[in-house]
Design a protein around this ligand. Structure first.
Ligand SMILES: Cc1cc2nc3c(=O)[nH]c(=O)nc-3n(C[C@H](O)[C@H](O)[C@H](O)COP(=O)(O)OP(=O)(O)OC[C@H]3O[C@@H](n4cnc5c(N)ncnc54)[C@H](O)[C@@H]3O)c2cc1C
Length: 323
């Protein structure tokens, strides 16, 4: 009965790709711990939930519903998850360590006075739990021992490659109606500013980023063009946001967005640790820099040593020529 309960992250029914990481991590963990995985969807049931459970080989799903849960609210979602965790006493309650995932799991665990271990990369169970988690934006790995039966945790975002199940199975979905206090709706999303269409920085398969070396807001135009040609997004370093050249929404790094594209093109970025931790999950990195000793150059799989104001237009030219 206990099992591994996974929070399904979604925005009004649209399931976040982070959930696929969480379900994959939970499935792998369940095999080792001989537990069942249960996916937990909070809000109004959406058929996508069923489809995702089937695709990821999750045979049991729970929808936590209440007339009060009309949208995302950390207190509401946290209380809903804590009620379920108290009643069913799962061994593990988990998510991926996105802002939303960490927020909900933190609320749920705090309500039960249970330990919450965030940004894990390894979880083992002998007489206690032994967990390796990322600290300091990934520059430090810490081993933690926890001696409770039940733990709440989040897996470090982008530390698990999502993998659908070899054998899909029809999920048994149960809808559980909860009684919740209306005070919990204090922090409930009620309206949204228009969102960018399509991929975001964290889901894009190509990211073209600029750093201080770009020199000005206007000088990002060729990076925009390159990103467009590759159907990617433009990112930047904190030096750029500090200078007001681009908004914080574009910042990659410890205090920005963590990305995991197929290719990351870092133009005029030195690769300081706080930037690197946000970019290191990229499958391939191309650094364009004048400094052969720059961290980004020495860590990248590919590098072009040269002035980005010449190299980026040359890449654009070549892509256009080949097309
Ligand atoms: C608590 C904390 C959190 C932080 N969080 C973040 C974060 O989330 N993200 C982040 O990015 N930073 C973050 N920082 C800042 C980080 O430490 C660095 O200061 C920042 O990343 C540097 O940005 P940069 O690489 O663009 O600039 P620089 O370090 O100044 O590097 C500029 C690079 O451009 C190259 N260059 C210059 N001209 C050219 C040219 N014409 N062509 C090619 N290359 C050229 C230079 O050789 C150099 O390598 C954080 C710092 C702290 C203390």
């Amino acid at each position: 009965m206990p099992g591994i309960y996974v929070l399904v992250e979604h925005d009004r029914g649209e399931i976040s790709p982070a959930t696929f990481e969480a379900l994959t991590a939970a499935r792998n963990l369940a095999q080792r711990l001989t537990e069942e995985v249960v996916a937990v969807f909070i809000g109004v049931f959406d058929s996508d939930f069923n489809a995702v459970c089937t695709e990821y080989g999750i045979s049991e799903g729970v929808v936590l519903a209440s007339p009060l849960i009309t949208d995302y609210g950390p207190e509401l979602w946290g209380e809903a998850l804590s009620q379920l965790s108290q009643e069913r006493t799962p061994r593990i309650v988990m998510s991926v360590g996105t802002d939303k995932g960490n927020e909900v799991i933190a609320h749920a665990s705090a309500r039960l006075g249970s330990p919450f271990i965030a940004n894990c990369i390894e979880v083992h169970r002998d007489s206690d739990w032994t967990i390796t988690r990322m600290q300091w934006g990934g520059s430090l790995l810490e081993d933690v021992r926890v001696d409770t039966e039940q733990i709440f945790l989040s897996y470090a975002h982008h530390s698990v490659e999502p993998e659908t199940a070899a054998l899909s199975s029809d999920a048994n979905i149960q809808i559980v109606e909860l009684e919740l206090d209306s005070l919990l709706t204090r922090t409930l999303v009620q309206e949204r500013a228009a969102q960018a269409e399509g991929a975001t920085l964290s889901t894009a398969s190509v990211v073209v980023s600029g750093g201080r070396g770009v020199g000005s807001a206007d000088a990002f135009a060729p990076l925009e063009e390159l990103a467009d040609l590759l159907a990617g997004k433009v990112g930047c370093s904190r030096a750029v946001t500090n200078n007001g050249w681009r908004s914080h929404a574009d910042q990659v790094g410890q205090t920005g967005t963590r990305i995991a594209p197929e290719i990351y093109i870092a133009c005029g970025i030195s690769g300081a640790i706080q930037h690197w931790v946000g970019a290191m999950a990229s499958k391939n990195i191309l650094a364009i820099n004048i400094d052969p000793e720059a961290n980004m150059v020495t860590k990248a799989g590919y590098a072009v040593l040269g002035d980005l104001h010449e190299v980026v237009p040359a890449i654009i030219e070549e892509i256009k020529r080949r097309r």
